[in-house]
Design a protein around this ligand. Sequence first.
Ligand SMILES: Nc1ncnc2c1ncn2[C@@H]1O[C@H](COP(=O)(O)OP(=O)(O)OP(=O)(O)O)[C@@H](O)[C@H]1O
Ligand SMILES: [Mg+2]
Length: 316
Amino acid sequence: MAYDLDLRDVKGVGPVTAEKLKNAGITSVEMLAVTPIRTLVEIAGLTEDKATDVVRAARELVQIKFMKASEFLEKRKEVGFLTTGCRSLDELLMGGIETQAITELVGEYGVGKTQLCHQLCVTVQMSKDKKGLGGSALYIDTEGTFRPERMLQIAERFGLDGNKVLDNVIYARAYNSDHQVLIVEEASNIIKENNVKLIVIDSLISHFRGEYLGRETLALRQQRLNKHIHQLLRLADVYNLAVVATNQVLANPEAFFGNPQKPAGGNILAHGSTYRIWLRKGKENKRIAKIFDSPKHPEAETVFQVTDKGVVEAED
Ligand SMILES: Nc1ncnc2c1ncn2[C@@H]1O[C@H](COP(=O)(O)OP(=O)(O)OP(=O)(O)O)[C@@H](O)[C@H]1O
Ligand SMILES: [Mg+2]
């Protein structure tokens, strides 16, 4: 991708518009080309006409157009695979966590979602021949459960220098859903400057659930969540990075025979996540991971464990 293009290279973008776009977190021509016009109007404060013009010009510049399936396949070839550091999970995922996608980890408390997020912040830093992505991580923490000391333990297992590993994890604590959205909106610069290849959001949904109580606010919550998820997807696409988001489970009162639990976030999240992994507790401290509703994976399960060294394969 052409990162040497500047916003000012887009026809119709002068210094004032460029400033507005940058303030709204749209810092590259690629981002501009895939931002909805409504967002430009609402967030960057452009008029509808101006927004339409500059998006069209940006698209021409980066040549977003119809593509043949063969060209699409070429784009798919750029997709990177990030090892989880656990062979059984990598196999379940057919190679690892994909870039250009959102992978959702859903499951009950204490099942290991946060642990896996910490581990991915370490493995993403390994080189491609070691199945990392050779980049850094951006960790957005909504629950206050980020623990760098845990990363040090995990780094040691992979034979990495702990202090260097911590220097390549950028941490942001999101205090409410507005703040969470804002962090993502402003992430472009950080991503480019630090070669971020993984964005973790732990958890994606808790602030939204906590703030929008009651039936009458549900539609608004889902609308805002939808926008947030699409912003994440755009970052994943434009910067060829992986997004990993955690989610909680809810009691599913409709299930008489089936699963008594379901992921929070409803259809918006079900459609927004590219891949969904369901984690649950098994016997003897084992953990079971299942991939479901995937566009490319057969529904399958595997077993793993959380130990002092991080997420590892289950011992028989
Ligand atoms: N140092 C460690 N050594 C061994 N196991 C650990 C260690 N730290 C955490 N764990 C295990 O990880 C589990 C917690 O997992 P984690 O915090 O990832 O859960 P979670 O899925 O994020 O839950 P929540 O929904 O509450 O955020 C604990 O039950 C514990 O068994
Ligand atoms: Mg957690």
